[in-house]
Ligand binder design. Sequence first.
Ligand code: MN
Length: 290
Amino acid sequence: MNMMPLDLTPDSSNAAPPSTVLRYRTLWISDVHLGTRGCKADLLLEFLRHTESDTLYLVGDVIDGWRLKRSWYWNQSHNDVVQKLLRKARKGTQVIYVPGNHDEALRDFTELHFGGVAVQMEAVHITADGRRLLVTHGDHFDGIVTYAKWLALLGDMAYSAALNMNTWFNHLRRRFGLPYWSLSAYLKHKVKNAVAFISEYERAIAEEARRRHVDGVVCGHIHHAEMRDIDGILYCNDGDWVESCTALAEHADGRLEILHWAEMREHVMAPDLPISAPEVVREAEIARTA
Ligand SMILES: [Mn+2]
């Protein structure tokens, strides 16, 4: 196991400026799971070097704190990601960290700033074209998904109580040294149910957005990038940096797009090639009609 300590000295490996830098109004990334072997830190580092934004949301599970007590894995690329994020904050990017269940400890430090990074339980982002998007990691919806429709019928109080219960349930598990219990992770092993779960999860979060009178929601947690309209609510999931290496981006005009770095990187890093891969263009089309 690699046990390199967290090193916050300035990143010297970043000396040469990247050839192409894509500019966005806003970027959302989540589920990086720094501190685990599965984290694609090298790819994320590339992405962070080749993109810039006025605002960068870290939508939870960026540092995997659950693993602090067990198999903590940390190497230079994990350091570099942390340094790059802090450097962006120093250089004027508004970095907002909305903790998830794997970095839940940060939820005790909301409304604080670390090196220019603001920690908030959730955020409401307003796009350039005036849409209001609730930004939340989304783990609260894990345990309640199967009951979401009933709870919605029972009303706000029952719904909120159920959301809080899931948080407390996992808080207790943490106190007893047990890992976070995730219905989504559990069901991903039972592939047959995974599709049904994901669509129920998306509906539950969209329902919450409706109750909160916003136009849409940006979340993560289930490691499944998506952008679609759910009965008039825009559901966006920025995916993850363990498998899919995706981010959500807002262009200067408010247009939203899912970025697939694994497909984009060869075009961005070889500037002679056209920047938009067919997949990316298709996502942009979806965004325009959503
Ligand atoms: Mn999560």
